[in-house]
Structures are given as structure tokens and as C-alpha cells.
Ligand binder design. Sequence first.
Ligand code: FRU
Length: 518
Amino acid sequence: MKKYISTLVVALICHSAIYAQTASLPAEEQLYRPNFHFSPKKGWMNDPNGLYYKDGTYHLFFQYYPDGNKWGPMHWGHATSKDLIKWDEQPIALYPDELGYIFSGSAVVDVNNSSGFGDSKNNAVIAAFTYHNMDKEKAKQIDVETQGIAYSLDNSKTWTKYSENPVLKNPGIRDFRDPKVFRDHKRQQWIMILAAQDRVHIYQSKDLKDWKFQSEFGKDLGGHGGVWECPDLFPLKVEGTHEEKWVMIVNINPGGPNKGSAGQYFVGDFDGKTFTIDQHFSQQIKKAKAAWLDWGKDNYASVSFDNVPNEKRVIIGWMSNWDYAQEVPTQAWRSSMTVAREVSLKKTNDGYILRNIPVSQLKKYQGKSTRKTIKVKAENQLIEKSQIDLSKAVLDLDLKKMTAGKYTFALKNALGEELTFGIDNATKELFVDRSKSGKTDFGNQFATAVTKAPLDKLYSNAKMKLVIDKTSIEIFFNDGEKVLTEIFFPNEHFSELALSTDTKGSTLKIKGHQLNIK
Ligand code: FRU
């Protein structure tokens, strides 16, 4: 929490200087404004909040400080989309008030009007968020964080904060935040899960106003290298079966698999009061320490949308890391979101895997495409140049007959900068190395180590889907069984993809798709 006080002071001092500069930053826009990942026009952004779908529109709110490019007094910014890919920024939805800053939270569509804020024809949308009180923080009080609600009767154009806020008082826990509310259809009740320091708490309500404590989870389970934040809980059918399991996402900062911020998950059952971890899954994470949603350094605070049609479970994350988010080399705005992803639960002999892949709506933007098959050679071999603009592309790589060597892909530009990533069958790892990717010497921990994700065996065949924007790559290994999301800041866009290896005999099939989004 210390970071909040110090960054607030810096943010306030820097504020006017930053905005004097932004008018003269067309180069920054050209170089670093993502082509299709959501970023605010100006100001600081962190976690996605209040994700929901209603009447043909997806809503994305976000932790937002409009008056500076570092973390500051938190608002909820707002953006909307018809397809989860192309986002339009909307006016700010929630402003801080005398109870505190508006920290992370969620939104639900109150279809039964259990809150009484709407009616059966016009369903209210209820946002649940954390009030973070800076006066109490400064006075070193414990009860800094409480939970509040607000409602909208016009599809999020305007919001009214509930007059009886807070709806959930602080029980004497310093870090007590990020409520995710959902409808438990089976038991006809509302459930709230929130982060309580090193575990989650689960609450129940009939009307979204009166919340009763039910249970806690996670004290000694999974990753505990930092404070628990932004949890989520939802049911998912196990792929190819009728079996239903519950998945809990818990974000953690620091303590990620490659340092800093990251998201982990648990698989189990929920009886309306208590989440119980699945026995096999428990063994699985005892061995691996934790199950990670994404092994890259830049996917934090991922949580899911409420009310998405066809029982799809869609998540989106903040594409940055608290280790350096406030220092990345953009001035007018800071940060973007990941591409929206659909999650699914796969059961294998080794346990459960929460797969995540880009939502199918991304395909609709795929334009010109190229296809080729090449024999993989030892030397640096150019596999994509000029046919497709690699600052907005989806590439499907299909490697066959691989042996026990290292397969290194490199996104490059004419300045000799490169981002390398690939499969190392010798050390059994996926990797991303951004040490030569352009600007790297800001902040700390940005490029000091190669990001790695362990593989359970030597792969002779493997697939990777790459979603590439000006400053990010999202690598979906074998249909999202392992994912690596990382950002980078080259001094010129990457325009070539090359492959090199220290082993022989394999082939690569590559399908490239231009994304037509602007
Ligand atoms: C996670 C987080 C949340 C908190 C918010 C404040 O990145 O620390 O726990 O609600 O950011 O902006």
C-alpha cells in the first residue's frame, strides 16, 4: 500500500508537466498506441473492472486516474464494445467521493430486480467496488477498505451510488478489496468473493445490499509470494463431459511465476457457501506450487464478464505488471488491456488445465492471409516480412518433427532490435526474451530475466497462436494450454519474423492473418 501514497504524491506533482507535454507527442501515438488492444486516450489505467454484457454491448470499466500517467485517485473509466475486440472509450463512470477512491470491483445485471433499483422491464446494473479511504490510510487505521455499490438504469451512461454505502464494513483486515459478485442460479442467491490479504472471503446476499459472511479459502494453498487481489469464481463444464467444476481465479502481487504480478487459479466445487479444492488439483498444485493463468509478465487482474450469452466465460486482463507499469515509456497514457479471451477447462492425466484462447470474434477482423511451409534450418531464417504488417497480426505457427533442441523465433526491426521467444526442448521450457527489444532500461525488472514457462515433456509437434500489436505479444501454446503475454517498446515497429534452431529435421507451417482494425 505504500506504493499508493508515494505514487500519489509523484502523480500530483507531475500532473501539469505531463499534460503540457502530451500535445507534442504524435510520435508516441504512432509508435506505441496499440492498434487494437484497449488503451485510454489519456491518463493512467490499471485493472479491468465491472465487466458485463447487456443488450448487445460489452462493458469494460477500469481503474483510472485521468489527470496523470501514474497511479492516483482512482475512478472507474469506461469503454464499450459490440464484439469484445473494438472498444470505444466512454465518459468516466464513477468518481471518488468522501468515502474514498473507487478501487476494483465488478458489475452484475440484476435480472430479477432483487435490489429493487430497477424493475422487471428495465434491469438495473449493479456495480460493486472497494472504497479505499486515504484519510484512514494516512492515519494508519486498519479499516481503510470497505465495499460499496452503485446502480445504473440506462446501460451505464449514468450511475447513482447507493445512499447507504458502504454495504460491507471492514472486519479488521487491512487489505480487504476487489469484490466480484455473481448470481448463484442454483441457490437463487448473490455471491461476493473478495480478497482478504492472503486468502479470499465469500459472502452471500438476497438483495445485493445486505451481505453475510459464508467462508474463506486459500490461506495455505497456491502462490503466496504477495498479497491476494482481484479474485473471481465461476462454474465451467469440463471439456467434452457434462461434469461441472468451479474455477477460482486469484491474482497475486508480487509472487508471479516470473516475478511481479500474475494470476493463478484453483479448480474445485462450490456448494453455495464454501469452495472446496478438488483433491487431484490439490496434488497438482502441491507439485507445481501454483497453477498460472498466464506465465508472461503482463497479464494482471484478469477477471470474467457477467451475463455473457451461451454460457461462454470470457476474461480480460491488464497488460502490465506493478514492477514497472508506472515507468513504461509512454507519456500521454499508460497501459492497455489484453485481448479478450475465452476460458475452458480441460482434464488430462496430469490434472485440470484452464485453457485460454482469444475470443472467436477476433477472426472477423482477419483480412489478407498468407500460408507457407518451410523446412527449419539452423541459421536465422526469415519467415515473414512485408506481406503482413506485424504490428497488427495473428500468426498460427505449427511445428512438426521437432527434436531435443531450441527453436527461437525473433520479431525484428531494421534497427537490429528483437524480441525472441519460442520452445526449448532441451530445457523443456517456453521462453520470451525482451532484453534486446528496444527501450528496456526504465523501471526495474522489465528485461532483467528471460521469462520462462516449464513444459512437462519434449514436444515433437506443437502449435503457437501469436496475437501481435505494436507493443505486445500474446502467445497461446497448444490451444491455450500455456499462455505468455508480454509487452515491449521497440524504437521502430517490428517488421520481420525469423526462426533459428540448433537442431535438424523439423518443419514449420505458418498461417499469417492481417488484422483490419483501427
Ligand atoms: C490490483 C489493485 C487492486 C486495487 C486496485 C487499485 O492491481 O491493487 O487490488 O483494487 O489495484 O487501483
